[in-house]
Each structure stands twice: as C-alpha cells, then as structure tokens.
Design a protein around this ligand. Structure first.
Ligand SMILES: N[C@@H](CCC(=O)N[C@@H](CS)C(=O)NCC(=O)O)C(=O)O
Length: 268
C-alpha cells in the first residue's frame, strides 16, 4: 500500500464532529484551519467548543497544502488560526492565546495561582516531550513478530501513563481537581485514541486498580474526558481514523515516516 500519510484519508469529519463542523461553516472573523483527524487540531477545537467562542471551521488537507493555508503558515500545518487577519499556529500556543484573548468566555482553563499555572505548563510540555513520543513508539513498533520488543514498547508507554496517573489530583475528576484545565484539553486527544493499540497492536487494556491506585484514578480521568461534550464531541467515527494510523502497521512506511519525523514534519 502507499505510505503517503493521506492515502485513503477520508475527506471530512463524521459522527459527532460532523454536527459541530456543520454548525461552524458560516463566515466568522476567527477561523480555525483544521484537519478533522488531527489530534493537535483537537486541542484548540475542543477549547473553542468548551468556551463557546464564535469561530469558522475550515477543513484543509495539510498533506495537499492549499495556498490559503500556506499563506498563513509557511509550514502548512494544522491547526492554524486566523485572528484579526493574522495567523497563529502551534496548538498549545493557540490554546493559551484563546485563553488570554477571550477572558469573558469561561470556564477559565488556567488557574489564578501562579504556582499551579506553572505546573500546568510543565504537564502540557510533558505531553509533547514524553507522552506523545511514547504513544508513537508503541504504535510504530515493528516487526510485530518481535514479541519482546513489542512488550517493551508497551511497558514503556504504560510507565508514562502511570506517571500521569500518579500526578492527577487524587479526587479529581480533572488533572487539577474540580476545575477542568488546559492540561486536560492538551492530553485528551491521544487518550481518546487509545483504541489504536487494540486495533493495531493486538489488544490493550489499562492495568486495574488492584495494581495501584493511580490506575483507578487514571480510569476515572479517562471516563471524565469521554463524558465532556467539548472533548469527545469533536471525535469522528473510529473506523475513519484507521487509514491514518494504518501506515504505522505497514513496514515499508516506517522509513518514510522516520524521514518525515526527522525533517520536523508533524504526524497525527
Ligand atoms: N506542533 C504542531 C503539530 C501539528 C501537526 O503535526 N499537524 C499535522 C496533522 S496532525 C500536519 O499538519 N501535518 C502536515 C505535514 O506534516 O506536512 C502543533 O502542535 O500544532
């Protein structure tokens, strides 16, 4: 099969995300250039939904970059935000920007306490530097016949999840406690895609509470994320994501993908 990232890519959002897209077709000064499938897009997209900020959703295929996207963001990545006719990109930067630019749109997603704000930023950074790489190393692991290698990639990913479980506020339900925060929004897209390991890696279950209270806490956090309309609502039908992740299961795609990652290109 072709290893190009958009081989067989479904063109538009489906499922609950489709209804949200349909609701945000109308011209608005604030525009979100998006790919329905992209977990990085999902961060600011969920946030816009959560805060009921008026925006226009614009679907683009970042693997066939239209001029409209390139003229805003020379790297042609989604998400790209157009605000006051000026571009912004990098999903976490966009999230913090929206938080500051729309103070009247609640809920507040960064705490007033300066220490807690800094802690939020540590865990947003942790998501990019530790969580997503471990998620990808496990999903990309090949060959599947190397059972001990596969087990190691899985246990490395579980170790990262456990680190998060230990850090979650003990009663929650959110990362910081009773108030949802940017940390929840920033990590959620990859948590809502844990099914990839069941589909491509031969099954995946989180350890139970009997193996440590952090696992029970993590399970409750995941349930809270799944129950938050702004977070789970922007997901499309599970099967429509398969072609995006299929390339990780394709040996010949590995070197292409490694090249793309080395050159600094984004991967979903
Ligand atoms: N660091 C960027 C990553 C965004 C990203 O990698 N987006 C992917 C889609 S999920 C993309 O636009 N890829 C196009 C390409 O690699 O050329 C962010 O956080 O916004």
């Amino acid at each position: 099969m072709s290893s190009h990232p958009d081989a067989n890519l479904h063109p538009v959002a489906t499922g609950s995300a489709k209804a949200i897209v349909d609701d945000h077709e109308q011209e608005q000064p604030l525009k979100l250039y998006s790919g329905w499938f992209c977990p990085f897009v999902q961060r600011p997209w969920s946030l816009l939904q959560e805060k009921s900020i008026p925006y226009q959703y614009i679907e683009v295929n970042p693997y066939h970059k239209p001029q409209s996207l390139l003229s805003l963001n020379p790297r042609g990545l989604v998400p790209t935000l157009q605000y006051d006719n000026k571009p912004l990109y990098e999903s976490n930067v966009i999230c913090e920007f929206l938080e500051e630019a729309y103070p009247d749109h609640g809920p507040k997603l960064l705490p007033d306490d300066v220490y807690l704000r800094a802690k939020c930023r540590i865990w947003m950074d942790w998501c990019g530097s530790r969580f997503i790489p471990a998620w990808h190393r496990y999903l990309q692991f090949q060959p599947m016949t190397d059972k001990s290698g596969l087990e190691k990639a899985k246990s490395d990913f579980l170790a990262v999840l456990k680190e998060l479980g230990t850090e979650l506020h003990p009663t929650g339900p959110w990362f910081l406690g009773e108030q949802i925060s940017l940390v929840d929004f920033v990590i959620a897209p990859w948590v809502l895609r844990l099914w990839v390991f069941g589909h491509f890696k031969g099954g995946f279950e989180l350890p139970g509470e009997s193996e440590g209270k952090e696992w029970g806490r993590l399970a409750r956090w995941i349930t809270a994320l799944e129950g938050r309309e702004s977070i789970s609502g922007v997901m499309s039908e599970e099967g429509k994501y398969y072609s995006i992740y299929q390339r990780y299961a394709d040996d010949t795609a590995q070197s292409e993908l490694a090249k793309a990652v080395r050159s600094g290109k984004g991967v979903p």
